[in-house]
Design a binder for this molecule. Structure first.
Ligand SMILES: Nc1ncnc2c1ncn2[C@@H]1O[C@H](COP(=O)(O)OP(=O)(O)O)[C@@H](O)[C@H]1O
Ligand SMILES: CC(=O)N[C@@H](CCC(=O)OP(=O)(O)O)C(=O)O
Length: 297
């Protein structure tokens, strides 16, 4: 592609400005959660895939954990299977679990793998069942019940929580220059499949790998207050207050909880950023403009 001299100078200046960030992050692991809402537009998908390939080429190890909530919802609708959420978790009966496994482990996972490979990367897709990558158990949701003295346990079916992430499987791939693309399905001791919220999986993967950053791409500009202002640099107690008064609800609940846990357990920083912005990940890593919500120790 031929550039005029001014544009070429600008490109050179931008590349040169990236040098300190490349020096800082080369050799480090960055876990990126690619949300189902942020992957709906083809242009954005392509820019995301290019960002991952570029990161890998400058020596950073990107690990992708993807969601696919809207894509699961679409197929459930087509099959006329009703679905609802409790605290941001999809209540998952056996029929729904089959759909979740097909959509996440099949279509969505292979679409991302293929996008990265088209951009010149080497991506391999896995679910938590592959090599027992994500061991899981059934999640119990405990709700305080004003009528009863004891809290109520809500059964949300095949929803899992992470017991263990096998970091060896991931490092085996990254050492071979592969970009792992992980679908958030866990496996129980008896081979049962569990539907796990993708933010939770991304957080646990980041913890297990001692990642430099956990980046959660979503469909809003960050964690917002009631007026829509993006909040950043929050402490755990401030987040608890925002959950208690209902400012943080739905899909933002698992996101913020896993970001807090990740930084508590050794990840350097966690970021909730707007996946609707082209090259959002590059903006986060290679500039000081820090888009979205930053959570650090
Ligand atoms: N305080 C908040 N700030 C921003 N978003 C919030 C907040 N509380 C709830 N949300 C909701 O969380 C959603 C993001 O979660 P989710 O839909 O699960 O996205 P993703 O598919 O990216 O994981 C937002 O679109 C918004 O509707
Ligand atoms: C238990 C649970 O809720 N699992 C999610 C898994 C996909 C996901 O997390 O997708 P997003 O990141 O796009 O929301 C679900 O069934 O929708």
């Amino acid at each position: 592609m031929a550039l005029d001299r001014d544009t070429a100078m600008q490109v050179a200046a931008v590349l040169s400005k990236g040098l300190p960030y490349i020096q800082r992050f080369t050799g480090k692991t960055i876990v990126v959660k690619y949300g189902g809402n942020a992957m709906e537009n083809v242009e954005l998908q392509r820019s995301f895939a290019r960002d991952m390939v570029l990161m890998k080429l400058v020596g950073i190890n990107p690990i992708i954990v993807h969601g696919g909530g809207p894509q699961i919802g679409e197929l459930l609708d087509r099959l006329q299977i009703k679905s609802h959420f409790v605290d941001g978790m999809r209540v998952t009966d056996s029929e729904t679990m089959d759909v979740v496994e097909m959509v996440l482990g099949g279509r969505v996972n292979k679409q991302i793998v293929s996008l990265i490979n088209q951009q010149g990367g080497k991506a391999i897709g896995l679910t938590g069942k592959d090599a027992n990558l994500i061991r899981a158990r059934k999640m119990e949701v405990v709700k305080p019940s004003p009528e009863m003295s004891r809290p109520e346990i809500v059964d949300i079916g095949h929803v899992g929580e992470v017991v263990k992430v096998d970091s060896e499987v991931i490092t085996m791939l990254t050492r071979s220059n592969v970009i792992p693309v992980i679908a958030p399905i866990g496996v129980g001791p008896d081979g049962t499949a569990y539907n796990i919220n993708a933010d939770i999986v991304a957080g646990k993967v980041a913890e297990e790998l001692n990642a430099e950053k956990l980046i959660l791409l979503t469909n809003v500009s960050g964690l917002q207050d009631r007026q829509g202002k993006v909040l950043t640099g929050l402490k755990s107690a401030e987040v608890d207050a925002l959950i208690a008064d209902g400012t943080i609800h739905g899909g933002m609940l698992p996101k913020i909880r896993c970001a807090l846990n990740a930084v508590k357990n050794g990840v350097h920083t966690a970021h909730i950023i707007d996946g609707r912005v082209a090259h959002a990940t590059l903006l986060e890593i290679f500039t000081d403009e820090g888009v979205g919500t930053l959570i650090s120790r």
